[in-house]
Design a protein around this ligand. Sequence first.
Ligand code: PMP
Length: 450
Amino acid sequence: MTNNQAFVKRDLSVLWHPCTQMKDHETLPLTPIKKGQGVWLEDFDGNRYLDAISSWWVNLFGHANPHINAALKDQLDHLEQVIFAGFSHQPALELAEQLVAITPQGLNRCFFADNGSAAVEVALKMSFHYWLNRGQTQKTRFITLENSYHGETLGALAVGNVALYKQTYAPLLMDVITVPGPDCYYREAGESWADYSTRRFALMAQTLAEQADNVCAVIVEPLVQCAGGMRMYDPVYLKLLREACDQNGVHLIADEIAVGFGRSGTLFACEQANISPDFMCLSKGLTGGYLPLAAVMTTDDVYQAFYADYQNLTAFLHSHSYTGNPIACRAGVATLEIFRQHNIIEQNKTLAQQLTNISARFHEHPHVAEVRQTGLIVAIELVKNKATREPYPWQERRGVKVYQYALSQGVLLRPLGNVIYFMPPYVITEPELQLMAQVAWDGIQQACQD
Ligand code: PMP
């Protein structure tokens, strides 16, 4: 038995892994990781895997990043955790000050939570509670987009719309208003992203006009619906949405959990539409991919709606034991230092161009319907029939075949259904990009053979 096999045997006897049909592991081996360095992961038998998906989109500057490591080692000697109600500490304050400075204008308050779903729960509750404190008790509903994903706790799941995650639990979920989305995969031949996104906005405008009295907020993933298959749309949609939310007295929640911190090409995706939401949810890259932490950024107006004498009972009610964990916050501070010191957003323009270049050949593949890109996210949509865009039946699990092949060649790709995507750490080099693309190409060839 190899070291990997011995590990896996123990693992499968006690562990239950996320987003996994555990029976799959009878045929699809689990990969135990011993260590990580830069874009590489290494298993217990010494095999290496290029982390082309940034470990579920969290890692920005590589595994075992020396700068973040040093900051965390220092933090451990000072303060590992302290209750965040009635107490405070340096890493939380520094991180909050910096987030206020770098997020779009008007987002002057930072509320910490400890993962993306929790941040979405906080934003939903805060928005509802804002209207309640303002005496608007009829505002209890949320508008969401078709094909959206905001996490998998019950509130976050309710405002998402990907059937795979949602359908089973539907009886447990609050009722939301779902509007057809701006996903540009469905635009007409010759129609631009901007034209299609604008055209689709009419449906949102109509819903807002009809429902605004009962609606607290619209929640969106700015520019890229990531878990929904890396489907993309034009910034004009966000611009129109901001205007319509203002006109109708409805909050805008921007879930930048996946697209924030440079993924979209700008530090935050909202910048591309030149808008500022009422709530911005951040997580994933916030700690450089080191530790679970989330932040909900909001406005003075929202904050003031809760600020009153205790007897008014208007305080926001939400608490996680690990709120503002000092080690996680310190990882966030170290991550933002890297952004500043290395001018990452500027540097990433080169990386985005390299991604465009290595993806060019996929356009011509007979089973690729579309190659799309926003910043440092490239998605390749596999279909059965290129001309009609008829999808492969999900039961055939073509994406899983690509996953298996890529692993055997030392690349971690983790397709979303039949969508293969690249979302690498920002420290990936050109030869590594070439390797990633070649393995993806060969994997697609294998998976689409019959
Ligand atoms: N929102 C978006 C847009 C996400 O992509 C995710 C995670 N994939 C979440 C929320 C949930 O974050 P978490 O997994 O940390 O709960």
